[in-house]
Design a protein around this ligand. Structure first.
Ligand code: DX5
Ligand code: ZN
Length: 223
């Protein structure tokens, strides 16, 4: 299993001070920054677009921080170039939002980014099996996408187990409701990329929460 990566979701940060919130997370030991892009169409909420990501990137140079862009948008094909230019490192589209995932993955790679494919709670893991050889990451949503602060859906864990058994070296990300109280379920199932919004941003000591999440995942690899 690949090593743990902890990706705080900046959706839970102070949007009036996004750069300093991103830096705060990096200083507290974040491996990646998880950037939630919502278009008010694929999900019933709106967040930010490429211009804002460009501005954050301006304060956090490439190589110093990894931007994991979670694209909760219809027509994910439309924004690939913009996010590559904005400084995205990984472009994670939703399987449910595209008719031709294989072509989209090629487009993401051609733009110089890693490709990830996300599946909603009701989407079976089997839809990504054929795509995995082309993908750098699969994201198994553990809440309905759209809002932070929701309850972790434990019943999504069999999908993580299924993927981990089939693909021992794949980056498998989980997103939604993760924190000290739920990390064991995700780590036991085999997830190694952990998104946490409220669990980290609202913590009194984000550094120790990030460390706890990482240690829990890495410990599972040794068992
Ligand atoms: C939900 C987003 C998540 C969200 C996670 O649609 O994709 O990344 O910010 O927030 P928490 O950790 O608070 O559930
Ligand atoms: Zn997300």
């Amino acid at each position: 299993m690949p090593e743990a990566k902890i990706a705080p979701s900046i959706l839970a940060g102070d949007f009036g001070n996004l750069s300093s919130e991103c830096k705060r997370m990096m200083h507290n030991g974040a491996d990646w920054l998880h950037i939630d892009i919502m278009d008010g169409h694929f999900v019933p909420n709106l967040t930010i677009g490429a211009p804002v990501v460009t501005c954050i990137r301006g304060t956090l140079p490439k190589g110093e921080s990894f931007f994991d862009c979670h694209m909760m948008v219809s027509e994910p094909e439309r924004w690939v170039e913009d996010f590559a230019k904005a400084g995205g490192d990984l472009y994670c589209f939703h399987y449910e939002a595209t008719k031709d995932p294989a072509a989209l993955i090629d487009k993401i790679h051609a733009a110089g980014m890693r490709a990830g494919c996300a599946i909603k709670p009701a989407t079976p893991a089997s839809v990504v099996f054929e795509l995995v050889p082309k993908l750098e990451m699969v994201l198994v949503m553990t809440v309905e996408p759209g809002f932070g602060g929701q309850k972790f859906m434990k019943d999504c864990m069999p999908k993580v187990e299924e993927l981990r058994t089939k693909f021992p070296d794949l980056d498998i990300e989980v997103d939604g409701g993760l924190g000290p109280a739920t990390i064991d379920f995700a780590a036991d199932a085999g997830a190694n990329v952990i998104v946490a919004g409220t669990g980290v941003f609202l913590a009194e000591d984000p550094k120790s929460v990030i460390q706890l999440l990482r240690d829990t995942v890495n410990k599972k690899q040794l068992e």
